[in-house]
Ligand binder design. Structure first.
Ligand SMILES: [Ca+2]
Length: 159
């Protein structure tokens, strides 16, 4: 962390892009969505769910994209972000389909660089040892225009 030079406040545009070969939460499929949390600071974002798919793609209309705007120390303190994939259920509590972690150092990008992270999902304890698929996240430094577009609910592609 000592080599990390960052501003006091950071704004990162994050897109939860897609999942691949996710775990099955229902009989033969899942209704996957993603909950993003920042350590003890709790939940910072949620996508909407996609119906009956193990290979979901989330777009801005599914809340795929948001700006994480935070004092830097909170993100450093949290060590990064956790992306928890869940299966939406109508009649019971939502199933855990596993998580990926993206570290603070990965999240701090230079200039306009876009970073794409495709990472193996760590399965929940009850599915330990099973392949749980992959989750793809994209991010870059947020601009004031990004924040304005999101606030207006524009459904454009940000990446
Ligand atoms: Ca379900």
């Amino acid at each position: 962390m000592t080599t990390l030079e960052i501003e006091e406040h950071i704004a990162i545009l994050i897109e939860i892009s897609s999942g691949k070969d996710l775990l099955i939460g229902d009989i033969n499929s899942s209704d996957p969505y993603v909950v993003v949390s920042m350590g003890k600071h709790g939940i910072v974002h949620k996508t909407k769910y996609r119906k009956k798919t193990l290979n979901p793609e989330w777009t801005p209309s599914h809340n795929s994209t948001y700006v994480l705007s935070t004092p830097s120390y909170k993100l450093i303190d949290a060590g990064g972000l956790t992306f928890n994939v869940k299966d939406y259920d109508v009649a019971s509590s939502d199933e855990d389909l596993g998580t990926i972690e993206v570290t603070t150092e990965e999240l701090i990008t230079e200039g306009n660089a876009v970073r794409v992270v495709e990472r193996d999902i760590t399965p929940p304890p009850e599915a330990a040892g099973k392949p749980a698929g992959k989750l793809t996240i994209r991010f870059r430094k947020a601009t004031p225009e990004d924040e304005a577009s999101l606030a207006k609910g524009e459904m454009k592609r940000f990446f």
